[in-house]
Ligand binder design. Structure first.
Ligand code: WT7
Length: 697
């Protein structure tokens, strides 16, 4: 039992503060485990945090024995397990007849069943006390500096009505079951309304993040042959206006090399008025959302959909540059999203739950919209940035609405650390009872800060590992029972069988690094890549025969805890050692001067690859040769000489995707001095890249 060797369960916040200042990684053993063809894993975090007794006493899942028994059943008799869950969790128009039809790598779950996602998220609550509860609490970006943001609170009954009316608008504009629609909106309630309205009538949505360019919009329209775009005149971001409708207009004029319009499939553009800025509307094609509403009624029966009917397509960047259209379908996806939201976040009827992701990412689909609403939870949506007008925006919102559960990303947590503790300290965060993280490996340093400063030492942290492709959380603590270790997503969710394997697909021994695969199909798995079954097979099912390949490098420890060491494509090969980027980065970030670090390889005659670290420092820290030497020695101390960075380059910021992931592919090119090639459409800030390619310092 991991809990039994708990290192410091009772430490209070004060003790941590001292530890973090004086001692780095107090419980980190640095010894290389395994070498050879596998990935060598160096960092071994030994701190363990059992669930606080008070939390455990009230948790939805509170018995380790129940978990063990249920987990075993979910793996040994998956069809019984998932069949029971599907009956309990979902409202069916017609029951399914077969749990799983598995023709690897193509799965069909709950065949024969009919159901509707919007009915599961809305209608089922209308005859219950949930009907008049807040479904969405929306906070807008502040109109003026220092002013509180706009606020809208929408009950389940109101949301149901808004969704029905907008679904009627979609129908009025000629959209039918099976059509694809692009949603390109800011973080306003209408984004959720548009998504739910599509599901109500069987239209397949593809949400495109509001930060993407006209070209990305056009490429996605073209790939899925969308018939309509739902957008707005603009959105607010850090006090300025993002011209969404203008981008759509540009996208709809883009041509391919042969001179053909990329977007000829588009017949309609439905435009929400948000900023009031003047925009060009093309008559016959473009209509205003609010004007359309005048022509429709509030009745809109939910269309019964086949379990395997396409629900949404979400594009994610692939290693080749061409975005992959990840396809999710109806019943299995909803089951995964609903069940994980309730159990991982320990939902209670009184919770005010806030997942800070944009609806443009899968996290925004599963954990802002579908998972919370299917559970009748109050979900918070915030339009703006975490540091506008000031770096305490999140903490202000938590105090204002009494947020109880906060789910955010390591990149945000590192930014908060950089901005300083004084910002959260200004606000009362006592309503918080549970914290979550997702998106990248969280370095133990950031985990400890989140735990101490935001969680006040009392909130469990669920570090949830999953992917756009998996649809819902796969590896995660259950906060009432799982002792957590900073930096590990801990153990698999019910029905999920992950393993760490070598190049032959054979499971490796504990604490040996390898590839993370999933051995069994699960209901919310992707069903394919839109229009490209071959690429689906090649990318996910060919690396390790018969298993789903995640693309992640991983190590499983002696307690069965999973530790992601980075993407396999990023694994460094230094003098015959395969080292995950996450570990070296984590070691760098554990130095008190460092805010963020990204490590990549560059070709080296002697060692195969030399290690180049891009580092941003905390405010007020002097960069230069002295710090460079200090950091190199620090890594040697933490990990060993093999991981000593050959170059350390200080940067003001690192190139990131819009969802906050460091773009190591670009850094690799910067490090080796080659020209920047490939897809950069997901890059958040081009200025960052430009600065990096100029002379260092
Ligand atoms: C990749 C998936 C899942 C929603 C957001 C990202 C990395 C994600 C964790 C975590 C370590 C993580 C993996 C994964 N990742 N969560 N808790 N610990 N790594 O979705 O854009 O599809 O990215 O993000 O590398 O494969 P995505």
């Amino acid at each position: 039992m991991p809990g039994e060797k708990s290192a410091n369960p009772t430490l209070d916040a004060g003790v941590f503060a001292v530890r973090l200042e004086n001692q780095i990684y107090p419980n980190m053993e640095s010894k290389a485990i395994d070498a050879g063809p596998n990935i060598t894993s160096f960092l071994h975090e030994t701190r363990v945090f059992p669930p606080p007794a008070e939390f455990a006493a009230q948790a939805n899942v509170n018995s380790q024995e129940d978990y063990d028994r249920l987990y075993r059943q979910s793996i040994e008799q998956p069809e019984e397990f998932w069949g029971t869950q599907a009956n309990q969790e979902l409202c069916w128009e017609r029951p399914w007849d077969q749990v799983l039809d598995w023709q690897p790598p193509f799965a069909k779950w709950f065949s024969g069943g009919l159901l509707n996602v919007s009915a599961n998220c809305l209608d089922q609550h209308l005859d219950t006390p949930v009907a008049n509860k807040a479904a969405i609490i929306w906070e807008g970006e502040p109109a003026e500096n220092g002013m509180p943001g706009e606020e809208r609170i929408i009950t389940y009954r109101q949301l149901h009505r808004d969704v029905c009316r907008f679904a009627n608008v979609l129908k009025r504009n000629g959209l039918k079951k099976g059509d694809r629609v692009i949603i390109y909106l800011p973080m306003v309630p209408e984004a959720a309304i548009a998504m739910l309205a599509c599901t109500r009538i069987g239209v397949v949505h593809s949400v495109v993040f509001g930060g993407f360019s006209a070209q990305s919009v056009a490429d996605r329209i073209h790939d899925c042959q969308a018939r309509a775009v739902i957008t707005s005149d603009g959105g607010y971001r850090r006090g300025s206006i993002v011209p969404l409708k203008k981008n759509v207009n540009d996208a709809l004029n883009l041509k391919n090399a042969e001179g053909d319009l990329l977007t000829a499939s588009i017949g309609k553009v439905i435009v929400l008025r948000r900023t009031g800025e003047p925009v060009a509307m093309q008559s016959g094609r473009d209509v205003w959302w609010h004007e359309e509403l005048r022509h429709v009624g509030i009745e809109c029966p939910a269309e019964p959909m086949e379990s395997e009917a396409p629900l949404f397509i979400l594009y994610t960047s692939g290693s080749t540059g061409k975005p992959k259209g990840i396809l999710h379908t109806t019943a299995g996806y909803l089951l995964g999203a609903k069940l994980t939201t309730r159990l991982v976040f320990d939902l209670k009827p009184t919770d005010v739950y806030w997942c800070t992701a944009d609806v443009g990412w899968v996290t925004g689909h599963s954990y802002v919209v579908y998972g919370p609403l299917a559970n009748g939870t109050t979900t918070v949506i915030y339009e703006g940035a975490p540091n506008y007008p000031e770096p305490d925006r999140f903490w202000r919102i938590i105090a204002k609405y009494g947020v109880t559960i906060l789910y955010t990303a390591p990149t945000a947590i590192r930014a908060f650390m950089k901005w300083g503790e004084e910002w959260p300290r200004k606000h009362n965060l006592h309503s918080l009872r549970l914290l979550g993280t997702v998106g990248e490996p969280i370095n133990p340093e950031a985990w400890m800060w989140y735990h101490r400063v935001i969680g006040g030492g009392r909130c469990p942290i669920v570090d949830t590992w999953w992917q756009t492709e998996t649809g819902s959380i796969m590896i995660t603590p259950l906060p009432g029972i799982t002792p957590t270790k900073p930096g590990s997503g801990t153990r698999p969710f019910f029905g999920i069988l992950p393993e760490v394997v070598d190049d032959n697909g054979v499971k490796v021994a504990p604490n040996t690094g390898g590839k993370l695969v999933i051995r069994k199909p699960w209901p919310s798995m992707l069903r394919g890549l839109w229009g490209d079954p071959q690429r689906y097979q090649d990318v996910y099912w060919s690396e390790v025969r018969g298993s789903y390949f995640t693309g992640d490098g991983c190590r499983c420890d002696e307690d069965g805890y999973f530790w992601i060491v980075g993407r396999i494509d990023d694994v460094l090969n230094v003098a015959g050692h395969r080292i995950g980027t996450a570990e070296v980065e984590s070691a760098l970030v554990s130095h008190p001067s460092v805010a963020e670090a990204a490590v990549v390889g560059r070709p080296d005659d002697l060692k195969g690859q030399a290690l180049v670290a891009f580092v941003t420092v905390k405010s007020g820290i002097q960069t230069g040769q002295q710090l460079r030497n200090e950091l190199r020695n620090h890594v040697v101390k933490e990990i060993g000489a093999v991981a000593k960075p050959d170059d350390i380059r200080f940067a003001e910021a690192l190139p990131k995707t819009r969802s906050g992931k460091i773009m190591r592919r670009l850094l690799k090119q910067v490090a080796s001095g080659t020209e920047i090639k490939g897809d950069t459409t997901t890059l958040e800030d081009f200025a960052v890249l430009a600065k990096l390619t100029q002379v260092e310092e």
